[in-house]
Design a protein. Structure first.
Length: 81
């Protein structure tokens, strides 16, 4: 694996872990509130939290897309050699 690809995958993995940690914190904070579901707190009551949650989900989908693209590029370059 090339150093550039390794660095790219490491960065993506790091940001994915940060994303998952933030989602976990949202879950914990919502579970500690009197609301029945954590997503009711984030998606229905707070516009800022809703926007941030939507952006984080978009970022998560982008990370998955980049991972699949990197894997495809790696496979195609491995076939050439």
């Amino acid at each position: 694996m090339s150093p550039l690809l390794r660095r790219l995958l490491g960065t993506i993995a790091l940001w994915t872990l940060i994303f998952l940690a933030f989602e976990f914190l949202l879950f914990i904070s919502g579970a500690a509130s009197p609301k029945s579901h954590w997503y009711e707190l984030t998606l229905k009551e707070s516009g800022i939290a809703r926007d941030l949650t939507i952006k984080l989900y978009g970022f998560g989908l982008a990370v998955i897309a980049v991972l699949f693209a990197a894997k495809a590029i790696h496979r195609s370059s491995a076939r050439k050699h």
